[in-house]
Design a protein around this ligand. Structure first.
Ligand code: MG
Ligand code: MG
Ligand code: MG
Length: 305
């Protein structure tokens, strides 16, 4: 059996890319493959799966040594399942930087600097001349909308836009109205405890001995989220202690106006002040036009470590 999965704290791209990869592999005659998830899905992904009538993948708790795996939407081992170092990685389909990745065996590795893994998987369907079913196209376009915040993120490329429009046609959806509805579904944070909130979409990078953790949530109202700032700060401080984090940023991203307010804590929080050229006040920093952790946050923080 080949296990297909994306990163921990799964997002819509990670979950749906696992499903579309499983679909493609099966169509290419590899019947013993299965998509999994590495954690609880978020509200946006829940909306997407329900909309297109697709069952949520099972959770993968651990992996045997030498198990065959296909990684989507990540390559960094710390963002993958425990024991990944000893698995047999057959393929990687990803759109992130490669910072800590080694394998014992040759593999199929396809990385492109595009806004979404599904954009790359679309290319694989085309190369292999496999037709994309409407439901799968729906999942794929949803992931592109999610990762690019409806084409507003600086990570978005012309290719993402063209492919998303093509997929929307196959899926039979209006990209603007469906996209807004989908993104709004992801801003429903009412069910989450502060601990869960800071883990919905959270990634760690180590740079020059500094442990940087950046979490991100989407909202239609930054003000609403900040009503719970004190409780969120407690959750972040606990996380910092337990995980030896030097700087933790929670990006609260306004999906309507494409800005972020960040709560910044940690013994090296001054790195954020240097990186963004602004003072942290009340443990917060406003980041005009910042929506992408990958392009606008991690690189500038790393430069200042
Ligand atoms: Mg992702
Ligand atoms: Mg992605
Ligand atoms: Mg993301």
């Amino acid at each position: 059996m080949t296990y297909i999965f994306g990163h921990k704290n799964p997002d819509t791209d990670t979950i749906t890319s696992s499903i579309s990869m499983e679909n493609l592999e099966k169509k290419l005659g590899n019947s013993d493959v299965k998509a999994f998830k590495l954690g609880k899905i978020n509200k946006e992904t829940e909306f997407v799966l329900k909309y297109f009538g697709i069952t949520e993948p099972e959770t993968l708790e651990k992996i045997e040594e030498k198990a065959d795996v296909i990684l989507v939407d990540h390559n960094t081992f710390s963002q993958s399942i425990q024991g990944i170092e000893k698995a047999n990685i057959l393929k990687v389909i990803d759109h992130h930087c490669i910072s800590e990745f080694t394998t014992k065996n040759p593999l199929f590795y396809l990385a492109m600097p595009v806004g979404c893994t599904q954009t790359i998987i679309y290319e694989l369907y085309k190369t292999n001349k496999v037709e994309i079913e409407p439901k799968i196209a729906g999942l794929m376009v949803s992931a592109i909308i999610s990762d690019t915040l409806l084409f507003k993120s600086p990570t978005c490329t012309q290719k993402d836009i063209e492919i998303a429009n093509e997929l929307a046609k196959i899926a039979g959806i209006d990209i603007e109205s469906y996209g807004m509805e989908m993104l709004k579904a992801g801003t429903d944070l009412s069910d989450f405890t502060p601990e869960e909130l800071i883990n919905i979409d959270s990634k760690k990078i180590e740079s020059n001995g500094v442990n940087i953790q950046v979490a991100q949530i989407n909202t239609a109202s930054i003000e609403d989220v900040l009503k719970g700032q004190a409780d969120i700060e407690n959750a972040i401080n606990d996380f910092i202690k337990k995980n030896n984090i030097n700087i933790f940023m929670l990006l609260i991203t306004d999906i309507i106006n494409s800005n972020s307010e960040a709560i910044v804590l940690g013994d090296k929080s001054e790195i954020a002040e240097k990186a963004f050229g602004k003072k942290i006040e009340e443990n917060r920093i406003f980041l005009e036009g910042v929506v992408s952790r990958k392009k606008q946050v991690f690189p500038v923080l790393m430069e200042n470590t």
